[in-house]
Design a protein around this ligand. Structure first.
Ligand code: ADP
Ligand code: MG
Length: 236
């Protein structure tokens, strides 16, 4: 279960892209960030995961300050496109990181990598290069790689935005099957059926602000704000 505390978070690039965000949530397992492109979802996800330091404000995940190095070790990140090393097999993509960054022996790294590749139903693809598997398989391998680092929390930023509808379905089904693992998930997606099935808390953003937040059924079926009502009409 996850606890997120965001206090007066503001983030500035050349302009302010997140403005005075406040979130307090506890005992949720899977949090969705939704909103139109440019609303600040990826920036918030990067800050929560520790990939980027906020300009102002405080952010805690499970009571840990996300700007501390220690936090980075407890999270995994899955990007829009798979970002696997192109010259390494799916298996090597995972074992290399486990050996280089986590001190695994080659044998232990292989067994850990195969465990998660198998979980993502890639047992028969492990020796292939990323370009020789489908986009959905490559993205599932990225998810296996993130999981193999034993994170408490997995962040996914539009993990299916580069995929066609069939592969999107395949990857989202695979993610849903991870529910029993006891991990926490924070994700950005435009697939509202997935939000409904998988999220237990939803944050709707617009123009760098949180406009509405709450549990998915209420948010998606009875949006309170005009902004979320308009958004729901556009995504359907
Ligand atoms: P979303 O993920 O909702 O599409 P982003 O968080 O990517 O939104 O972007 C929010 C705003 O911040 C956008 O206006 C975008 O152009 C800007 N932005 C994002 N990343 C950077 C960056 N590294 N440098 C400058 N501006 C950025
Ligand atoms: Mg984004």
């Amino acid at each position: 279960m996850m606890k997120i505390e965001i206090k007066d978070l503001t983030h500035v690039y050349d302009v302010e892209v997140l403005s005075q965000l406040n979130v307090t949530l506890e005992n949720y397992r899977s949090v969705a960030l939704i909103g139109i492109s440019g609303s600040g979802k990826s920036t918030l996800l990067r800050i929560l995961s520790g990939l980027e330091k906020p300009t102002r404000g405080e952010v805690f995940l499970n009571s840990q300050d996300v700007t501390e190095d220690e936090h980075r070790k407890s999270v995994g990140f899955v990007f829009q496109s798979h970002n696997l090393f192109p010259h390494l097999s799916l298996l090597k993509n995972i074992t290399l990181i486990l050996e280089k960054t986590r001190g695994y022996t080659p044998e232990a790294a292989k067994s850990q990598a195969l465990k998660y590749l198998d979980m993502l139903q890639l047992s028969d693809q492990v020796h292939k290069l990323p370009r020789n598997v489908s986009g959905g398989q490559a993205q599932r391998a990225s998810i296996a790689r993130a999981l193999s680092l034993n994170p408490d929390t997995i962040f996914l930023d539009e993990p299916t935005s580069a995929l066609d509808p069939i592969l999107t379905h395949e990857v989202l089904t695979a993610i849903k099957e991870l529910r029993g693992l006891g991990k926490n998930f924070v994700f950005v997606t435009h697939v509202m059926s997935f939000v409904k099935d998988f999220a237990d808390y939803v944050i709707f953003m617009q123009d760098g602000r949180i406009v509405e937040q709450g549990e998915p059924k209420q948010m998606l079926e009875q949006p309170k704000t005009k902004e979320l009502q308009d958004f729901m009409e556009k995504v359907h």
